[in-house]
Design a protein around this ligand. Structure first.
Ligand SMILES: Nc1nc2c(ncn2[C@@H]2O[C@H](COP(=O)(O)OP(=O)(O)OP(=O)(O)O)[C@@H](O)[C@H]2O)c(=O)[nH]1
Ligand SMILES: [Mg+2]
Length: 404
């Protein structure tokens, strides 16, 4: 499936810089609050060790890229306008864009760990802003947004429940538009202890508790502690980690990643996103300033944190939060090719628990219609349509309608 990952956070935290660095777009970045006025959408990549080396083949990827044995699988990254405390009440750009965030499968909450922005998102003396409070402000906005949906549709849902529709179904109809599944609602009801309490009798605290849990369950989120290149960031990073023990907190410097990616695309350095080092190709081509910037990144980011954090954050979202496996469908299981002879053409992200049937559906509904079984390219064995896919499976789907 094409994973959608949304970037949320206060204004001026570096969301667009993160977006540009991983999509190589050039959306506007500035020190003013609310630079991004409309969501930016682009392609970023989840990166895994490709199966090509294990099989000892040279691959010809079609839907993805393979560089030095690393498979880059496309995902959709959505950069959102910045939020601010009070957004649900119309402050800043308000929260009209949360509907776009809600189309994401997971969220990356970008925070300015250096404390360079004040409560309203204006640049201030580094170290004086409070990223722990910033995170809480934005979380609160998200929950308020769910709450507004709940309260705005309460009468309708109560009427439907009285007519015999179950609570999960009644709520499902309202929240489906923002990617909430019935099982999310069921889990949130259980976690809040509200499964058996009539919706019309919920008090405000209960509604809020439910919305808090529903937000948490339906949109898995990681925290990116950005601007780690600034000296005031490290203490805050530790504070954030302590304050949010249930979240994965990734230290990052989006600006460092952007600098490295740009230098790489200009041919100045060799660098693979996510790697802990880069190599200068010809230092005589660099200006004094460029050399200094690269040295600074090496010293303050790569040596300290092993990576810039941007690629790592995307991988964490895809493989840890969303629990995706990577599978490689082929037409010919002995040659590992598609019909045109491309070796290992596609790498596809499938959630844990998906079956051969789900994969066939993902490729083409026609293929799924006549599905017989799949062949495991490693063993040659037949895999039934309900076989649960494993990470790095390479398989050929056999169907009466079409074979891929
Ligand atoms: N030092 C440092 N500055 C950064 C980093 N990432 C972004 N910035 C700076 O932070 C400021 C805001 O960056 P943007 O990417 O525009 O932030 P945004 O979150 O998209 O802001 P809005 O669109 O206004 O919500 C700019 O001056 C960036 O250069 C980083 O990793 N380190
Ligand atoms: Mg922006």
């Amino acid at each position: 499936m094409k994973v959608k990952l949304g970037l949320i956070g206060k204004t001026n935290t570096g969301k667009t810089t993160f977006f540009n660095s991983s999509t190589m777009q050039s959306a506007e970045v500035s020190t003013y609050p609310f630079t991004t006025k409309k969501p930016n959408v682009g392609t970023a990549y989840a990166v895994v060790l490709c199966v090509c080396r294990e099989f000892g083949v040279k691959d010809n990827p079609r839907n993805s890229k393979c560089i030095d044995g690393w498979r880059f699988i496309p995902i959709e990254l959505i950069d959102l306008p910045g939020l601010i405390k009070g957004a649900h009440a119309g402050k800043g750009l308000g929260n009209q864009f949360l509907a776009v965030a809600a189309q994401s499968d997971a969220l990356t909450h970008v925070v300015d760990a250096s404390g360079s922005i004040d409560v309203n998102g204006y640049l201030t003396e580094p170290g004086t802003g409070d990223p722990v409070a910033d995170i809480a402000d934005i979380e609160e906005e998200l929950v308020m947004w769910y709450l507004k949906m709940l309260e705005g549709n309460l009468d309708k849902m109560v009427r439907e429940i009285k007519r015999g529709k179950g609570m999960v179904n009644a709520m499902g109809g309202i929240f489906a538009g923002i990617g909430v599944k019935p099982f999310h609602i069921k889990m949130a009801l259980e976690k809040s202890g509200l499964t058996d309490k009539d919706l019309e009798n919920w008090d405000f605290e209960e509604k809020k508790e439910f919305c808090w849990n529903l937000r948490d369950i339906s949109k898995p989120t990681l925290i990116v502690a950005n601007k780690m290149d600034l000296p005031t960031a490290y203490e805050n990073f530790k504070r954030i980690r302590d304050a949010y023990p249930d979240y994965i907190v990734v230290p990052a410097s989006a600006e460092a990643e952007l600098t490295l990616r740009k230098a790489e695309s200009k041919g100045f350095i060799r660098y693979l996103p996510g790697e802990e080092r880069f190599e200068i190709i010809d230092s005589t081509k660099l200006t004094e300033k460029q050399r200094w910037a690269l040295e600074f990144i090496k010293r303050t980011i790569l040596r300290e944190y092993m990576r810039t954090g941007v690629q790592f954050a995307i991988n964490v979202a895809v493989f840890k939060l969303l629990r995706m496996n990577v599978v490689y469908p082929v037409y010919d299981p002995s040659k590992l090719t598609d019909k045109k002879g491309n070796v290992l053409p596609d790498a596809i992200l499938m959630p844990v628990g998906s079956t051969v049937k789900d994969l066939a559906m993902e490729i083409h509904s026609e293929l799924a219609k006549g599905l017989l079984y799949a062949i495991d390219a490693r063993t040659g064995l037949r895999l039934p349509s309900n076989y649960q896919l494993k990470d790095r499976d390479v398989l050929s789907i056999v169907s009466t309608t079409k074979r891929v």
